[in-house]
Structure formats: structure tokens, C-alpha cells
Design a binder for this molecule. Structure first.
Ligand code: ARG
Ligand code: ZN
Length: 850
């Protein structure tokens, strides 16, 4: 085990770079096992730094030779870099190193995926390509020459020249090394073009293997929509003559925003109606937009250091959420984003892995590409926008871009731009970036003599390393309704800044019904005792779509929690009546109705129980959810067939919001119908389906009632040649498995010939799906933990990043009963003892076990 304390990096220890780079010339001579990288780098001392020795990062490099100003030198080489005596003034460094991309299974640095050379340098992968000051505050202009015998040779920026077996690229925009990229392979392009608002004609290419050329059109359209949106909404235009996107099969994350050369996990860009679901189309469009938006929020303005990761990620997620909302509707998008917060981020924030949106220490930065940094980071941006208003938001963004374009910035810089542009004091707001944990608002109210008062108290529980939580600046949007559902006070932003505060509304003729935290205006938990009648009233009448949905969710949640506490029983008639009224209200968007029909996730209920001091029992939670589903299917049996029929689309498939919403509701109803018709409707849909959305949902419904064997076989036989569809085939069998079979099914699938476990998508489809199946993973006998641990021990030496990410499945530690805790600790201890465990995984296991 490594000495982690010794290698912890602290935000407080930041110092400016000792040496700056004026220009980088790379020559890369590709060969699978012996690629040579020649670098020529112009360094000069940083005038803002005291003199420091010359050091460069470097890992897994074989140094062939090095020279300074043309004179050979002999640096002192260590496993993490080198140091060398240098002049105290500017000089040119030259080095030649050898690397083996074909042996690089960690998928960081230069590696090979299915015969294609590609790179992943964020966060610290460039140091596996050559010796360099691999930190984001060192920005430089790169010129790259690639030599190789593949037809396509790509790097960042604009193409300069090319000939048989070589190509040269020049990127005029100074950038940190993490944005460097290189791709070489037998690829073909789906091409198009876009003319920017300043008249620049940009060549757009989506590079894929020839067999995937028919899955590019949607991604290309999404890219053009993103380019136009960023111009229209923020006045931000693209800045090179070419924008390249490449799809690769082996990738640790979704995609990467390398300047002018985005590299994508194939699953995040390739789309066709036959092979992709409506949800895939939406996700692909959002990721393409996200990476494109990084060109400004990330690339032109980058991060000073990796603690500032949320500066680019929170902001860029916020921008992609806005984009999706603008294109397809804000109400549904807001609900979906809130679900990610409640089902995933609140869990992270309530467990041993809780960390601030801007962490202040890390061992391995790759362990902090989390739902907290990304999604909670986006929520902080959204709160800031609410606090400064739309005009203040645009003024602040403009000032931020004007001030920091071409530089590496911090969260302090970010907030200063808004403070200076709007005059608002954001000192207290800054705490959101530094303080982990989900605040809970306890809300009570009273009414007398025409005066209504809302009392709001805020508390945040202690999180690792943060026992005390001073109050946050929380924007709470509220509205007040009268007993007909009319608004007596329209949406109003309350600013909660103290531990306890009272807000007064006078001149009311009767006691109003409050609608609190409209549009999910802050990532907090609202604690307020509300009876079922008031919730049902809001489900029927709230004018805020988010809170209307939330009223239904709260009804379901209160009921589920009651049934869990009492060990079972009958669902609430009020809930069933509200559901019936909502589902049959054809004025409501079908996607919205599908969301109302979705019961609170196991995770959501688990956190609610844990926060109230009840030890959650995953089996009981699962059983109660199933009982409620059964009761809904029974109670609504008279309306479900018609509701299902009414959602069927006869027009040719299009992945638009209107069709997708109907399929979503239709498929949600199909799950319920299957409980009462033995899967007959699902089998019919499966047999007739001509798109993946309906085919996969039908397969899922059949599997969920134990009638899926034949359909699963047919699906396999039809799609076994398609690796992306096979990921779905693997995952759905586990996701839909009854809890007592999930581990055995997972284990069996790990022996299936399709399970190529070195591929991250495959590994996630199988082991990741088990980890996300609460009652299946948390088997009381510990078999889920043991199976995952076995596989993580196997994967760690091959791919530490993907291993470490999945170790977070154990973050229920401390939440469940003693037996499960012992079993989790045993599994984690076994991982910790694995020989030569990676730094990535070591840090995660230590954080979990501390
Ligand atoms: N910046 C990328 C994105 O959010 C994520 C890449 C992170 N990769 C990693 N290995 N940590 O789009
Ligand atoms: Zn990003």
C-alpha cells in the first residue's frame, strides 16, 4: 500500500509555475510498441516566481536523449519526472522518448483502441507522452508533426501540411497540455460545415470506422445546433477552421474536449433509431454540446489548477442543461436534473466520499470527476444565475470571458466577475464551493390576521473533515396559492442567509398553500410536514411544473416511507386518485406524466431513511416499491390499456421531444401492464418494434416479470455484431433481475463471450449495472460485494481509473446494518490488500474505510 498521506496535494500549497512555455514542437513517430516522441520546447523563467529548479513531469517514458540549446544533457530521472541543471534564462529543451501505446490498457496518455491511436490527457495524461510541466496553468502554442502509416492523422488546431505518411497541425490558441490530442487510424469522415457569426467557414468532421458511417448524422446535427446556440445565447463563436470529433471504442469517460479535436466514447456519439434509445439520442446531443461548449468554458478560459475543476465542469454542465431545456422543454429537463441530484449526488454528499464542489485536497485528481463536481457544480451556477437575475448573469458572463480569455482562472475569479458586474456581495455564496453536504431546510408556517409567515431553518450535517457548517446563501423560490389554485403570490425568490429566518407576506384574505423550492431553486432537502391532501392539491394545481411533479413524488415518497416503517400495507387511496387524475389529463405532456408515474428510487428512499436515523433495509425497500407498483397496476387496470394505446406513434421514428415523450409514457405504462397480463403486451411490442426505444423497453418489461428468456435470446442473435447494443443487452438482464438472482446473472454474464472486460463500457454494463441495482448489490449474504471486489481486483492493474470510479459503489458503508457493513469492509479490505494496488484505487478505498 502506498503512503497516501505523504502524496496528498493541497489547494493551500498552490504556487505559480517556475517556468513558462513559449512554444511546443512535437514530432510523433507512431509504432504500436515503440512510438518515438520528439519534443522541442521553448522555456523561460516565470517572472512571477522565485527561482526554482527545472523539473518536468513524466511517467512510463523511456528517455532516449535530452538536450538544452542543442547541447546534450543528462537529467536526473525519477518515476514521476526529471530535473536538470539549466541556464537561469530562456532556453530550448529537446527530448526524445519512447512509449508503447499498444501496451497502454489504462487508456490515459497515448493508447490504441481497436487499431486506432488516440489520446486522453485530462487530467494528467500528457506526462505519459513526453516530459512536460503538465499543469493547466502552463499554456502554450503547439505545433505537431505526426508520422505513421495510417490514412488519417489528426491533432489539435488547423491542418498545416500533409504528405504520404505524415501530417502537420498548428494550434494558434495557447492551451494547457491536458487539451493536447492526437488520433491516427483507418477512419472515415461524415463531413459538413458551419459558418460562424463572424463569417468563418468551419469544416466539421465526425471520424468513425467505416462500418459506423450510418450512425453519424444525428451527432453532426447536434454539433451544429450547439454551435448556433452558443452564438445566439452567449455570443460565443468557434475559433478554428476545422472541428473534428472522433469516436473510439475504449474510453474511460463519456468524451473529451481537446481543442479542435474532441474524442468521444463511441457510445456518446454514434446514434441510429434501430440501435439507440430516445434517452441515448438526448444524452448524445447533450454530450456533444457539452464538449463543444468547453471550447470557451474550459479551453479559452481554463483552470488554474485541478482543484478548480468545477470552474469548467459545473459551468459547462449548466450550459448543456440550458441548451437541452431550450431545445426540448425546461420542465422535464429540470425534473431529470433534480433526479440526478437526489438519486446520486445527495447520496455522495451523505456518505464517506462527500467532498466540496471545489475540493481542497486530493491524492489522484481522476477520483474527483464526480457528480458533486459536475452536477452540484452546475447547481451552484444555476443558483448564482437566480441570485443575480438574467441581466446580471449575462453581464457577469461577459465580464468573466473578457477578463480571463486566454488565461487559467479560479473560482475566486469567477465570482469576482459576477460581483463586479452586478454589485452583489457573493462572499457568503462562496461557501457553497467549499462546504460539502446537502443542506436541509426545515420549513414551518403560520397565518393570522391576513399575515402569512414562513419560517426557514437551515442545517447541514458534518461531512469528512468538515465538522462545522456555517449557514449558506440559499435562493428559495416560492409561490403562494389560494384554495382554487390561483396564485396569490407569484414566484418570488427568498434569500435565506441565516440559520433561521422568517419571511412575511401580508394582505392575504385567507391562509395560502405554499409551493416551496420552485424549479428546484437550490440543491437542498426540504423538510416540512405536509398532509396528503395538501400534496394532492399541489399535484393537481401547482403552476410551477417542477413542484407539481414534486408534489406527486412527495406523496409517493411519504407513502413508501410509511410502508417501509410499518413493514408493508396498502397504498394510499389519495395517491392512487392523484395518479389517475394526472395520467388521464391529456393537457399534460406525456413525458411529464411518465415522470409522475416513476416511483422514488431506492437510493432516494435509502437516504431519506438514513437521514431520519432508520437503518435502511434494501430488501424491504425493494419489496415495498414492488408492492406499490403492483397496487398501481391493479388500481389503474381500467385505464392502462387505453393510455398505452394512446401513446403509440404512427409517424416515422424521430427522436424529438414529442414522440419521445409518448414512447416514454407508453413504456412506463407497459411495465405496469406486464404485471397484470403476463407480458402479453410487452411481447407484442417486442415483436413489432422497429426502434431500439420500444424494443429495449419491451425486453425490460418481459424480463421484469420473468418472461424474457426468449426475447433476450432473439435480441442477442439479432445484435451480437453490434458492440453498443450488446452493452444494453448485458445491462438490462442485470438491471431487471430479481434481487435474489442479480448476482448469479451478473456472474454468468461475466463468462459470456461478449464480456470483453478490458473495455470500460463492457465492464460498466455488467459490474456497473450490478452496483446500481440496490437490492441486488446489497445482498445480505455479501455476495454482491464479493463479486464486485473480485472484478475490481482483477481490473485495477489493467485500468486503475475505471476501477477507482466503481469502488464508489461501496459508499453505502456506514448506512446499512451491521452485517452488511462487515461484508462491505471485508470486500474493501480484500481490495486494499491486492498487490501493487493503484494510487487511484488506494485513495478511494482509504476514503471509504477511514
Ligand atoms: N473533461 C471531460 C468532460 O467533462 C472529462 C474527461 C475526464 N477524464 C478523466 N480521465 N478524468 O467532458
Ligand atoms: Zn466537461
Amino acid at each position: 500500500m502506498q503512503d497516501v498521506a505523504a502524496s496528498t496535494i493541497h489547494l493551500a500549497d498552490y504556487t505559480v509555475p517556475g517556468w513558462l512555455v513559449d512554444g511546443v514542437h512535437l514530432t510523433v513517430r507512431l509504432a504500436p510498441h515503440a512510438t518515438r516522441v520528439l519534443s522541442r520546447i521553448a522555456f523561460r523563467p516565470n517572472p512571477d516566481s522565485p527561482p526554482v529548479p527545472f523539473t518536468l513531469h513524466g511517467e512510463d517514458l523511456r528517455l532516449i536523449h535530452a538536450a538544452i540549446d542543442g547541447q546534450p544533457v543528462t537529467p536526473v530521472v525519477t518515476p514521476t519526472g526529471l530535473t536538470c541543471d539549466t541556464p537561469r534564462s530562456a532556453f530550448v529543451w529537446e527530448a526524445e522518448v519512447e512509449i508503447a501505446p499498444a501496451a497502454n490498457t489504462a487508456l490515459e496518455g497515448l493508447y490504441m483502441s481497436n487499431g486506432i491511436y488516440c489520446t486522453q490527457c485530462e487530467a494528467e495524461g500528457f506526462r505519459k507522452i513526453t516530459y512536460y510541466p503538465d499543469r493547466p496553468d502552463v499554456m502554450a502554442v503547439f505545433t505537431v508533426r505526426i508520422e505513421g502509416d495510417t490514412p488519417v492523422l489528426l491533432s489539435n488546431g488547423d491542418p498545416v501540411a500533409q504528405g504520404p505518411g505524415w501530417a502537420e497541425w498548428h494550434d494558434p490558441w495557447p492551451k494547457p497540455a491536458y487539451l493536447f490530442a492526437l488520433v491516427a487510424g483507418d477512419l472515415v469522415a461524415h463531413s459538413d460545415s458551419f459558418t460562424t457569426l463572424d463569417g468563418r467557414c468551419v469544416a466539421l468532421n465526425l471520424w468513425v470506422r467505416a462500418a459506423d458511417l450510418d450512425k453519424c448524422e444525428f451527432g453532426m446535427g447536434a454539433l451544429k445546433r450547439a454551435m448556433a446556440w452558443d452564438e445566439r445565447v452567449y455570443g460565443l463563436a468557434y475559433d478554428l477552421s476545422v472541428f473534428n470529433i472522433v469516436a473510439v471504442d475504449d474510453f474511460n469517460m463519456g468524451a473529451m474536449e481537446n481543442k479542435g479535436l474532441n474524442i468521444f466514447n463511441a457510445s456518446a456519439v454514434l446514434a441510429s433509431p434501430e440501435t439507440s434509445t430516445d434517452a441515448d439520442f438526448r444524452r448524445i446531443e447533450a454530450i456533444i454540446a457539452h464538449e463543444y461548449f468547453h471550447n470557451w468554458t474550459g479551453n479559452r478560459i481554463t483552470c488554474r489548477d485541478w482543484f478548480q475543476l468545477c470552474l469548467k465542469e459545473g459551468l459547462t454542465v449548466f450550459r448543456d442543461q440550458q441548451f437541452t431545456g431550450d431545445l426540448h422543454g425546461h420542465a422535464v429537463k429540470r425534473i431529470e436534473d433534480a433526479l440526478v441530484m437526489r438519486n446520486r449526488q445527495f447520496q455522495e454528499d451523505a456518505g464517506p466520499l462527500a467532498h466540496p464542489v471545489r475540493p481542497d485536497r486530493f491524492v489522484e485528481i481522476n477520483n474527483f470527476y464526480t457528480v458533486t463536481v459536475y452536477e452540484k457544480g452546475a447547481e451552484l451556477v444555476g443558483m448564482l444565475k437566480r441570485l443575480v437575475g438574467d441581466d446580471g448573469w449575462r453581464a457577469g458572463m461577459d465580464l468573466y470571458v473578457a477578463r480571463h480569455d486566454g488565461h487559467a482562472a479560479t473560482i475566486e475569479d469567477w465570482l469576482a466577475a459576477f460581483q463586479d458586474a452586478t454589485g452583489r456581495d457573493l462572499t457568503q455564496f462562496m461557501r457553497w464551493y467549499e462546504q460539502a453536504g446537502t443542506p436541509r431546510l426545515t420549513v414551518t408556517d403560520d397565518y393570522a390576521d391576513g399575515i402569512y409567515r414562513l419560517h426557514i431553518a437551515q442545517t447541514t450535517r458534518a461531512t469528512p473533515d468538515q465538522p462545522d457548517k456555517p449557514p449558506l446563501h440559499i435562493p428559495v423560490a416560492i409561490g403562494l396559492l389560494d384554495d382554487t389554485g390561483a396564485e396569490v403570490v407569484p414566484t418570488t425568490l427568498l434569500e435565506v442567509t441565516e440559520a433561521q429566518q422568517t419571511f412575511t407576506f401580508d394582505g392575504l384574505s385567507a391562509r395560502p398553500v405554499p409551493s416551496i423550492l420552485r424549479d428546484f431553486s437550490a440543491p437542498v432537502i426540504v423538510n416540512r410536514t405536509v398532509d396528503a391532501a395538501e400534496r394532492a392539491f399541489l399535484l393537481a394545481h401547482d403552476t410551477d411544473p417542477f413542484n407539481r411533479w414534486d408534489a406527486g413524488r412527495n406523496l409517493a415518497r411519504d407513502m413508501a416511507l410509511r410502508l417501509i416503517r410499518t413493514g408493508g400495507g396498502a397504498p394510499d387511496p389519495g395517491y392512487l386518485a392523484g395518479l389517475r387524475a394526472t395520467l388521464t389529463d391529456d393537457t399534460l405532456d406525456p413525458a411529464f406524466r411518465a415522470l409522475v408515474l416513476t416511483l422514488p428510487a431506492d437510493n432516494d428512499l435509502t437516504i431519506a431513511l438514513a437521514l431520519d436515523g432508520t437503518v435502511p433495509d434494501p430488501d424491504l425497500i425493494h419489496r415495498v416499491r414492488e408492492d406499490i407498483r403492483g397496487a398501481i397496476a391493479c388500481d389503474l387496470t381500467d385505464i392502462l390499456p387505453d393510455l398505452y394505446a394512446a401513446q403509440q406513434v404512427t409517424a416515422p421514428y424521430a427522436p424529438d421531444a414529442s414522440q419521445a415523450g409518448r414512447r416514454r409514457l407508453g413504456n412506463a405504462v407497459l411495465m405496469l401492464l406486464s404485471l397484470t397480463d403476463d407480458g402479453a403486451a410487452a411481447q407484442a411490442q417486442f415483436d413489432a418494434a422497429t426502434n431500439m426505444t420500444q424494443s429495449l423497453a419491451a425486453l425490460g418489461a418481459l424480463l421484469s416479470v420473468g418472461r424474457g428468456a426468449a426475447a433476450a435470446q432473439a435480441f442477442h442473435d439479432r445484435w451480437q455484431h453490434d458492440r453498443l447494443v450488446m452493452n444494453k443487452w448485458l445491462a438490462i438482464q442485470i438491471a431487471m433481475a430479481p434481487p435474489e438472482q442479480a448476482v448469479a446473472i451478473t456472474d454468468a454474464l461475466t463468462r459470456h463471450p461478449a464480456f470483453d472486460w478490458g473495455n470500460p463500457n463492457r465492464f460498466r454494463s455488467v459490474l456497473g449495472t450490478l452496483a446500481a441495482h440496490p437490492a441486488g448489490f446489497h445482498r445480505a449474504d455479501g455476495s454482491g460485494y464479493a463479486l464486485l471486489a473480485d472484478w475490481l481486483i482483477r481490473l485495477d492493474p489493467v485500468n486503475p481509473q475505471t476501477t477507482a470510479r466503481m469502488v464508489s459503489a461501496f459508499d453505502g458503508l456506514g448506512r446499512f446494518d451491521a452485517g452488511r457493513q462487515v461484508a462491505m469492509r471485508t470486500a474493501l479490505a480484500r481490495i486494499r490488500q491486492a498487490p501493487a494496488l493503484s494510487r487511484d484505487t488506494t485513495e478511494m478505498v482509504n476514503r471509504l474505510l477511514r
